[in-house]
Ligand binder design. Structure first.
Ligand code: ZN
Length: 239
């Protein structure tokens, strides 16, 4: 995929034809990189959006276990950011280090693009909705559907909406993703002492459960699952 150390996916002739049939403005420009235009023509809550976005999409060898990386390369994200004075591109779900788009929270990936999914499924289930949302945002300054915060907060907020049973594998995956948050130390502290009325993980001096209420609610679900599984939050969430 042009980057040393990254192994790209090899598309079969059949997959290329199928993708080009559904997305005729995309071209496979190297073994695992698609380049071109994604057209949006969809309606949500009675709002009809017709728009186009220029993208570059790199697909990893172990797709769909690992999701492709998507970059908007037509300069639209910059236009939208400038329009509303947005300086932190994470507000538009763009990773500031890589310019790649954050299409959903980590936990949602396996539901949106389950094993056996095609590249076309990935485009339909994650890429189209993102650009629909972005176009909607450009016009209305709000996202059409609820969104999660950046980083660790979003990972926890997800569990406020989805109070599902977790396995120890889920908890390990959650921990490894939370560790990537620059404020991991404060997450680790709250997860280990489970005192949600102490300082918020975001670094404010406010109590967690009144500062980032939804994330605190999600954390309380995570902790109840840790308890149910007879695991030690001290070991699981150590610094
Ligand atoms: Zn907070």
């Amino acid at each position: 995929m042009g980057t040393v150390g990254i192994r790209g996916y090899t598309f079969s002739e059949e997959e290329i034809v199928f993708t080009r049939c559904k997305f005729p403005k995309l071209t496979l420009v190297s073994e695992s990189v698609w380049d071109g235009i994604i057209d949006i023509d969809a309606t949500y809550n009675d709002i009809h959006i017709v728009d186009s976005f220029q993208v570059k999409i790199g697909v990893f060898r172990d797709f769909p276990t690992e999701l492709p990386i998507v970059n908007e390369v037509g300069g639209r994200i910059k236009v939208i950011a400038d329009k509303y004075g947005i300086t932190d591109y994470r507000d538009l779900h763009v990773n500031p280090r890589t310019d790649t788009i954050c299409l959903c929270v980590k936990q949602e990936e396996k539901y949106k693009v389950p094993p056996g999914s095609t590249f076309v499924d990935f485009l339909n289930n994650l890429v189209i909705p993102y650009f629909f949302g972005l176009s909607y945002y450009e016009k209305n300054r709000v996202w059409p559907w609820g969104e999660y915060s950046h980083g660790g907060l979003g990972l926890l907020e997800y569990y406020s909406d989805n109070k599902v049973s977790l396995t120890s594998d889920d908890l390990e995956l959650l921990t490894s993703n939370l560790r990537r948050d620059e404020k991991w130390k404060s997450y680790s502290k709250r997860l280990r002492d489970s005192n949600l009325s102490k300082k918020c993980v975001c670094g404010s001096e406010k109590p967690f459960n009144s500062c980032h209420t939804k994330a605190a609610d999600g954390m309380s679900h995570v902790l109840s699952e840790v308890h149910r599984l007879h695991l030690s939050s001290y070991k699981l969430f150590k610094k």
